[in-house]
Design a protein around this ligand. Sequence first.
Ligand SMILES: Cc1cc2nc3c(=O)[nH]c(=O)nc-3n(C[C@H](O)[C@H](O)[C@H](O)COP(=O)(O)OP(=O)(O)OC[C@H]3O[C@@H](n4cnc5c(N)ncnc54)[C@H](O)[C@@H]3O)c2cc1C
Length: 320
Amino acid sequence: MNYRIFSCLLFMPDNEIDETDCCGNGCTNCILDNDNKPKPSKLALLAGKRNVILSYTNFRLISNKTHNGDAQIRLLHFVYAATTEDEDGDDDTILDIPPGHHVMLRAQLTDHATPLLRPYSPYWTDFAGKEFKILVKLQPDGAMSGFLSALQPLQVLQFRGPIGNYVHDTSSAKCIVIIAQGVAIAPTMPLVSQVLDNEDDINRIRHLICAQDLQHVYFRERLLEFAQYWNYHSCLYLTHQECTCSSNGREHPCEHLRKQLRYKEAAHTGRLDAKQLASQVLPQEESIIVIVAGHSSFQRHMREVAVNALNVTDDNIFLL
Ligand SMILES: Cc1cc2nc3c(=O)[nH]c(=O)nc-3n(C[C@H](O)[C@H](O)[C@H](O)COP(=O)(O)OP(=O)(O)OC[C@H]3O[C@@H](n4cnc5c(N)ncnc54)[C@H](O)[C@@H]3O)c2cc1C
């Protein structure tokens, strides 16, 4: 074993997990399951570096901005808060949050006896700069939401991760169907980028985005950039897109919605159902995997829809 990798393992920070590390939100990939707990990633080991986020670590807020002109939707950008030890010595750390993994935020709120834990899924990470960004939908009366809405640049929060078990396989060409609901589009963005950014990756992506209406589709500009690639295709499923036009649901999408779509954007009004899902995949497609990001009830429903529509086995369905 390479000495740097070995020394990295020896001096790994304490990342023991116990019952108090669970946020209690019923995450599909709970931190208490052995497969999901934070562990040194292959990338960190190859670089001979320590992943700073394996145990709770301080990150400083760089910015707290609204997205799509909606005050309830925030883009939060964090950077590792270097210690004096880091600044004095050689920098032997990186930040690795693999696509599809989430991190746990721990915050001590003034009116809570114990720290509050909530999971969030980064949509962007900088490995060497040790920065990451999350998209947050503030919940009315939500404990963490209230705290995050008032967060100011330079404030320091603690995060730990990466939590999850999805590993992208480049060994054979597949059709990767990625289904995202609302803000849970966030963890699907790096999944798409990792395929498109690698010229040798010949996997094909079907990105199916379920949102209330066009106003609630996040990262629309980035989706249009993805659409330049031969192996990427997306479709928006808008459940409550309102229109007073005379088409009355007979035309999908109606003329007014079509006018609001950009070049290469496809949209349907209504839910993503088995028929729609089957129509997204070519009949001759041999190898299909399905990734679902969203609320746990949405994930369970979409898993059933995928089994019926695409004839995929449970082993080929990944819930984030
Ligand atoms: C694996 C995982 C990853 C996640 N990633 C993200 C992320 O990237 N961005 C993000 O914004 N959220 C994400 N969440 C949800 C997030 O962890 C919190 O649940 C959310 O921010 C609300 O926390 P809170 O303390 O403000 O609300 P709470 O005090 O927990 O709840 C307040 C009220 O809001 C309702 N509520 C809570 N969450 C939701 C919801 N998702 N939809 C509808 N109603 C809800 C509750 O039922 C309650 O009535 C993720 C959840 C999981 C399981």
